[in-house]
Design a protein. Sequence first.
Length: 367
Amino acid sequence: MSAISPQDGPVAVTGTSGFTGGHMVRELVHHGYQVRACIRDANSWRGQDAVAYLNTLPNVEIIDGCDLFTEGSYDAAFSGCTGVFHVAAVLGNSADGQSQPLGSGDVSQDVYDGGMVGTQNVIDAINKSGSVQRMVYTSSMAAVSGAKGGSLPAGYEWTETDWASDEVEEQLWKHPRNSYARSKVDTEHFINDQADASGKWDAITMNPAMICGPVLFKAQVGQWIEQIGRLAAGEEPNWPSKYDMYYNIIDVRDLVKAHRLAMESDADHKNSHGGPRYVMHGSGGRSAMRFGTEISEVIAGEYPRFNIGEPATITSKGEPITIASNVLNDCKKAKSVLGATIRPVEDTILSVVETSIELGVITPQMN
């Protein structure tokens, strides 16, 4: 399929009330695109916050009612579009603590269905449009590393040839804790099969690590971003736990730029190393950063008067937390094929803190 440019017509972005989706719209309009911003519920607190921000951008048409689990809800949004950025996902950690958006009571099943069922509806809308030529899908490093990460030798480097399902026992792979990784793996394969079957559009996948960076509006705060903010505010982290861990960061600005470059690329992605997928990882040349030491040191270096929070390093049983990062991560393929660029991870961390303060998300404690 041919590369897409702003002159070819509008493009659609799913999940624009979220962190990556909001940044994706911003990246596109700043490069001349007409964008249809798909939102599930513009009247929800998250939707209202997103709409208020998106309305400040030029060339954005907000399409409300785009629900991953509602057949036909993307049909109007995709009609006449040449490209679709499928960013929307179910993460299982909504702000109200409820399983989202199905609310079935089984978070792991909702997360899995968010990939498979939701993407089926997105693909149906693409096929109905008759105009879409390319989908760029936001998967995850969870589809690359996933369940097998702890069993690899020191110095192993993840590449696009790795799949989280490789050499993993079926019982372990189907465990609820792997529902997100399994969803991403199965969805990637499903999208590629559907693109091949169509013959009218192709698909490229991005596999990002922990997505961090500047906050555009308050509803974007969540996951890794919130935890960095909590550290800067002198608080203990609370997700996925209070304990110290390693962060493998990709800056959201670099990620959405790579998405755009993938949409515009005329490279032979399907026959490239590892197929039409791109690892977006590397922390600006650093594979991993320990939350309680390296990341806190970056914040303290810029804000020496802040009382920096500390993750727990001792379990409730009095046992020390032992963590290690033995594998390497980079995005060599994205750099060489797409022309992706990766900024220093220090810039990413500080952008989280700066914008969280500006938006009133956190109030630092001074020492």
